[in-house]
Structures are given as structure tokens and as C-alpha cells.
Design a protein around this ligand. Sequence first.
Ligand code: ATP
Length: 576
Amino acid sequence: MNELAILTKAMIQERKDIAMAIIGGFIAGIAGVSLFSLSGYLISKTVFAPPLYTLIVLTSLVKILGLLRAASRYAERLYAHRATFSLLSRLRTSFFAKLIPLTPGILGKKRSGELLARIVGDVESLQHYFLRVAYPPIIVVMVFLATVLYTSAFSIWIACLFVVGMLAAAFVVPGLVLLGLRKVHGRVRRQRTVFSTEVTELLYGFRDLKVYGQLNKREEQLQHASSALSEEQQASAVHLLRGQSLHAFVMYLISWGVLVLGAYLIMNGSFAGVFLAMLVMTSLTVFEEAAPMATLPAYKQDSEHAAKRLAETVLAADVQAPQPTAILSGNQAVSLELCGVSFQYEDEWRPALRDVSLHFPAGSKTAIVGPSGSGKTTIIELLLKLRASTSGQIRINDVSIDQLDDASIWQASNVVMQYSHFFRGTIRDNLLLGEERYTDQALSAILDKAQLTNKSLDDAVYEKGENLSDGEKQRIALARAMLRKGRLWFLDEPTSSLDYITERLVFRQLLSQARDDTLILICHRLTGLEEMDRIVVMDHGRIMEAGTYAELMEQKGYFYEMKQIELQMVGEQCEV
Ligand SMILES: Nc1ncnc2c1ncn2[C@@H]1O[C@H](COP(=O)(O)OP(=O)(O)OP(=O)(O)O)[C@@H](O)[C@H]1O
């Protein structure tokens, strides 16, 4: 299977530990079989009252084999788990490295609860591939072959019986388990996805569900999903147990076979009776060693499925063009240009942007206005290379955006999107975001600039900024952007929750800091736009008009209409 090639490649990198695990497992297996067969021989031998030194040698050997088995089993587990953890960390890192550039697209398409459950669960499932699928069969086959060889020295017929047992344990039982598992396992996976989505929806939507009186209904749904998952897991466990029982059945059948065949051969005179107990014990132990074969198909199927889904998630990353190498300099003001750009979201029937051509000269200040859903945010996402345009050309500083390294664009930009994420910690943590290079003095100065005078750096911030008002969140997001030294500003409704006076004060600070930089501001309120070099009006993904505030007011077109409506509404509000 192609998807498992990634795993196989990662396993090759851990070949030393894997080889040690296989050697350890083989020694443990052989020591186990020898230990029990020797015990059987010891029991039979004592009947003939052998000399004391024989018993001493045999019991000492049993003890040594016991110790050897424990020590080598420990070594096997140690190396196997060490290899597994290295493999997993390697896989996680490479998977997330591939995932990051695709995040906006993937998160848009999939429900986050489902995605989270999928990724975490699938990467975890892959550990079974190595621990339970890839290397145990090698040990089982090696131990079996060694045992068959050793048994053939006593009786070729009993050795043949072992081979029959081995084929049944290695192929027939796992085959039967696999047949039943196909149905059961798919249902567990589907139910697990439903369950984790329900949990995420309930946790994230708790407040709204409570306010709208839907909490009980949602909890019932969650209970239902939880019970359904338990039922499916139970069915799957029962099926696996059936496989293990079948394996035990084969083991006892072969042991009985050894007993009956041995008795027959003893009566024939072609086999010495003193070895019978030894071979019975051998058969019991060697099949016990092969017990993981019964559950192997389940883990194999699980790992293959997990690898396939992970590969599907990052498939686009593999077909992406190689990372561009041109770097956007962060030291100079940046010019931006869109030429005939169109963009359509996947699975959407109409384009979000249609044939947009815009030029933002270096150092210019542009406001983009227009009704909700007109495509304003999409323009910023394209310029930040978070999405790729469906057609048309985007150039930054006269270099095609396709040739520019994504990280250098982000590095050169100070961005405030409509919704920013806030981490649990303090205001300081949320300003620094892991960077340590700013002093408390510099951070406090930024808070003042962002008009966040009622907050101190040590004030706590709860998960997702639960204890902050919307206006405070926006000002922290603005302060974050103001801390950066980029020469390109993308501000998507950064002050929509602020009162008029605070908004003006923040803007004054912003415009003074971005005096020589290129700035694009998306806003709904039309007040204060006189200070902008240009205003672009959008509707239905098209540019309706563009010009300075004075020009647009003079044209008495779309912007003028919007302004009149706003003035009317402000007037009505004042009258009320
Ligand atoms: N992730 C997405 N998947 C599919 N369609 C989307 C997605 N994001 C936005 N759209 C659609 O694209 C169009 C433009 O959206 P965009 O967010 O650019 O508008 P906007 O002008 O910024 O709106 P607002 O002022 O409400 O923020 C809308 O019709 C919207 O429904």
C-alpha cells in the first residue's frame, strides 16, 4: 500500500533499534520455547530417577532460560518502543510541516472537531503499524522455523504437524478475523468521528446552546453518540476476542495432535517417550508466542486506513509546486498589484472575486469598503498568500507572488484579521506570542498607543480571550501588529467594536506609525476615510468604484449612496 511507504521510509531510519528489537524478540521467543520444553523434559526425566547432577544441570538451565527470556523481552520492548516514539515524532513533524500551508483550505472544508480527532487519532494509530504489524511476524516466523527445525530432530511427523499449525495460525485465523473486521471497524471509526464532533460542538457552542435552551437536546445527542460508540467498540472487541479464542483453539488442537501422534509413534517404537512432554510443552509455548498474529489484521487495517487518511489530508501538499525562493524585503515600503484576479472558493457556485485589478503604490493608504460578503477579506487573504487566486496575476514589489516565499510575506506584514486568537496566559504573553525581544516598557507603551490603558501586562487572559471584551480583543490585536516592524499593513475591520472616540485615537497612532508604509484597511464605517489616499468600493466580488474621498463624494455614485445611508442612520440614532 502506497500510503504506508512513508512509514516504511521512517522505519528504515530507525533500522538499528528495529534490528535490536527483532534480535531481542527472537532470543526471548527461543528462550521461552526452550524453557518450557526443558521443563517438560525435566518432569519426564525425573520419573527415571536420574543422577542428581543431571537434575541440577537441568534446573539451572531452566532458571538461566527464565532470566534470559525476561532480559531479552525487556530489551525487545525497550528498543521497539524507542523506535516507535522516534517514528511517531518524525511522522508528526513531517505531517504538520505539510499541513501548515494547507490549513486555511482544510479548516474551511472540514469541521474542526472531526479534523482534530482524525489527525490525532490517525497519527496515534500508526504506532500500531510498527509495534503490532511490521516486526512481530518476523519474530514469530523466525521462532517457528527454529522450533520446527529443532522438533524435526526428534520427530519429522510432529515437525510437520507444527508446520500445519503454523500455517493455520499465520494465515487461516488472521484471514477469518480480517473478514469479520472489515464491517465492524469501519463502523467504530465513523462513530468515533461523530462522537468527537459532538463533543467539540458542545464545548465550543456551550454558551449559545445554553442561551437558546438547546443544551439538554445537545447533551442527549452526545449521550447517544457516546453509547453508540461504546456499542461499536464492544462489537469490535468481541470480534477480536473471537479471533484470539480461535488462535487458542488451534494451539490446543495442535498440542492434542502432538500428544496423540506422539503416543502413536511411541507405540510404533519410532519416538522416545521421554520427549513427549517436552514437545507438548514446546507446541503450547510456540503458539503462545504467535498469539499477536490473531490481532494483526485489525491493527494492519487500522494503520492502513489511518495512513490513507493522513495522506489524503496532505495530498495537495505533495502536488504543490516547490517552495519559491524569492524573499520579500521587510526594509522598504511595498507596492502591491492585482491584475484581472478572480477567485472561487472550493465547492462554491459563484466566485468571491471577479476580474479584480488594483494597484497599491508603495507607501499608499487604501480603504476597501463594501457590503458584507463582497470579497474584501478575500483580497487580503490572496495578498497574504493564504489562498491562491483562481486566475489573474498578483505582484508584490513587481515580483509575482508565486515566486515569493510565503514566510517572507508574513514577516513583512503587520496583520489584524477580523478574528484573532488569544492564548491562555497574560496580556504580555499575548503581545509577545513567544518572542522575547521586547521589554516591559516597550510593551506598556504599545498598550498606551492602542488605547488599552485599563489593562496591565500581567493581567490574565483566559482561553480564547473569554475574559476580554470585543473592543479589548481588537486593541490587543492592534497592539500585536504595532509591535511588529513590517512595512505592509493589512487591517480587516480592526476597530469595528470600538467607540468612535477610541477608534479615532487608535487610528491616529496607527497612521502615524505607518506613515511611510503601505496600508490596506477594510472597514464598514465610512467616517474618517478622508485621511486615506484612496477608497475602493466593492460589491459582489467586483470593484464598483475607486478614488479619493472627495472624488467619490463628487461622483455621487455607490460610495456617496452608502455615505448618505450612514449619515441618515447616525442622524436617526441621534434623534432617538
Ligand atoms: N472559507 C470560505 N469558503 C467558502 N466561501 C467563502 C469562504 N469565506 C468566504 N466565502 C464567501 O466568499 C465571499 C466573500 O467573502 P469575504 O469574507 O471576502 O467578504 P467580505 O467582504 O470580507 O465580508 P465581511 O464584510 O462580512 O467580512 C462571500 O460570499 C463568502 O460567503
